[in-house]
Write a protein that binds this ligand. Structure first.
Ligand code: ADP
Ligand code: ZN
Length: 517
């Protein structure tokens, strides 16, 4: 019999197993259930493909994405592996032909959608086909704690009930504790071998910039890297189109990508990017599945993502070649508040709890005052003892200052304005602007007009945001977000408490270039 090492070389053309693969293959071959947690691109597929070629019989692979199924099967076939897929895209004739191949034992790996697997009496065929291994890809889809719950996955729990001796290998890139335990319980894995790869991507530098003038921040960033490739993720299609057009207007090779574009256009963009004919893709979350471009040098989040899993996956598309890359998120607490309101309106209570829990973690990352990588990896249960030295917080630690005087100026300005104006207007008054609206309303006569002119607009924006964050100011949602004092404001105005504020970090946009990693 061939060894796993031989199959790796002869069939897949690789010289050695990557971290974890050999051990996982060994356990699968020994018939043990396994749970594999590996980041995207880590090499999960080989963990069941190699055993499939060494075991007698058929390996069934459950996969939720029809498009990826086809890619996988095509590439296996190119390596001479007898692989096939069964899902709703096959014609009746194609399915019948596949069934007869299966009956004749001519298929080693069968990819199948969960609904097809659980449909009717499909599993009655298992004994005849000598099913020897079941692989559940994207296994987090079984869990409500996963970010991508799919009801069709729930039924997979029945498999072990019926075929207790059938080894199952579950694989996912989502590794938080709750999801992991849920997968084990729902698939009813027996004494599973657990493999958890490190989720660290040391060559990616994580940076969060406060969002002040997002378009300028973005433009400056992209322009200083005009010879490099990057992805910019935005929260809406409208924004994607707007930014792609503006970047193009600046002479940058950029294109938009979102789910509403025609399939041909999406393929054109993806291929042009892959071939380095495009420098920048501005995209919604729709962009990414199956992208395997090694030299993406930066990934920018123009808007905060809904959860850390998505953030990790999206930033993880940078630096696949192992060379230094940057992940930049533009963070505006107002974006976070907006998204939180949307999540709060989710009808399904369980879903709302999960989403809100995940979103809190995302916000905590954006607001972290400690090493970002630690925050990120701790979320995945990949505990890091030391700060990383390659994130904005490590490289340029936030500084604090005695912010009482600034806070008093800001709060009294809000008060003098009868608590009836929004952030932008308050800052204008603080900085002594003489624009038409201010003069017309007589606000240039206020005692607080111009008391903050020694600081920039961005400085005051940061101060006001921090005051809101600390409950010393509130934004009235029902009244056009006007700023209002809170019960806690009084002690600041009277100078009864000490108040440390973070020194605004305004020029992060011009981050130092990478030191070699
Ligand atoms: P995942 O499913 O974890 O996202 P894949 O299984 O698709 O990752 O593997 C990602 C890439 O790494 C693929 O291009 C694959 O061929 C490659 N790869 C996996 N294992 C090895 C290995 N041992 N040696 C070299 N390349 C590998
Ligand atoms: Zn760090």
């Amino acid at each position: 019999m061939r060894s796993a090492q031989q199959v790796l070389q002869e069939v897949f053309g690789y010289n050695q197993f990557r971290q974890g693969q050999a051990e996982i293959v060994k356990n699968v071959l020994a018939g043990r259930d396994s749970l594999v947690l590996m980041p995207t691109g880590g090499g999960k597929s080989l963990c069941y493909q190699v055993p499939a070629l060494l075991l007698d019989g058929l390996t069934v692979v459950v996969s939720p994405l029809i498009s990826l199924m086809k890619d996988q099967v095509d590439s296996l076939k190119r390596n001479g592996v007898e692989a096939a897929y069964l899902n709703s895209t096959l014609t009746r004739e194609q399915s019948q032909q596949l069934f007869s191949q299966l009956n004749r034992g001519q298929i080693k790996l069968l990819y199948i959608s969960p609904e097809r697997l659980m449909y009717g009496d499909f599993m009655d065929n298992f004994d005849r086909w000598q099913v020897c291994l079941l692989a559940v890809d994207e296994a987090h889809c079984i869990s409500q704690w996963g970010h991508d719950f799919r009801p069709e996955y729930a039924a997979l729990g029945q498999i072990k009930q019926r075929f207790a001796a059938l080894p199952v290998i579950a694989l996912t890139a989502t590794a938080d504790q709750a999801t992991r335990e849920d997968i084990l319980a729902r698939l009813m894995l027996h004494d599973p071998f657990l493999f958890k790869a490190s989720f660290d991507r040391p060559n990616i530098r994580y940076t969060v910039q406060e969002k002040y003038h997002p378009w300028q921040q973005l433009r400056d960033y992209v322009k200083t890297r005009s010879d490099e490739c990057g992805i910019i993720y935005c929260g809406s299609r409208r924004r994607v189109e707007e930014l792609a057009a503006k970047l193009t207007g600046e002479g940058i090779h950029a294109a938009a990508y979102h789910a509403r574009l025609a399939l041909e256009e999406r393929q054109r963009v993806q291929e042009a990017f892959q071939r380095d004919e495009l420098n920048v893709v501005v995209a919604t979350v729709a962009f990414g599945m199956g992208i395997d471009k090694p030299n993406v040098r930066y990934v920018i989040h123009y808007d905060i993502p809904r959860n850390i899993e998505a953030y990790y996956q999206e930033t993880g598309r940078g630096g696949r070649d192992g060379l230094p890359s940057e992940a930049v998120m533009l963070y505006d607490p107002a974006d976070a508040a907006r998204l939180r309101r949307m999540i709060d309106e989710t009808a399904d209570e369980q879903q709302r709890r999960v989403e809100s829990h995940k979103f809190n973690a995302m916000v905590a990352f954006g607001e972290a005052q400690t090493c970002r990588r630690q925050v990120l990896l701790n979320y995945f249960g990949d505990y890091q003892a030391q700060p990383c030295g390659n994130c904005d917080v490590c490289l340029d630690p936030p500084q604090r200052y005695d912010g009482l005087e600034d806070a008093q100026k800001a709060l009294s300005c809000v008060y003098r304005l009868n608590q009836s104006y929004g952030i932008g207007y308050v800052i204008e008054v603080l900085r002594g602007s003489l624009n038409q609206r201010i003069v017309e309303q007589g606000h240039d006569k206020l005692s607080t007009h111009g008391i903050g002119k020694n600081h920039s607009h961005e400085h005051w924006l940061s101060v006001l945001r921090q005051l809101i964050h600390q409950g010393l100011l509130s934004q009235n949602i029902t009244r056009a977000s006007v700023l209002q004092l809170t019960p806690a404001s009084r002690s600041v105005l009277r100078g009864e408490i000490a108040l440390d504020l973070a020194l605004p970090r305004i020029n992060v946009a011009s981050t130092k270039r990478h030191k070699p990693v």
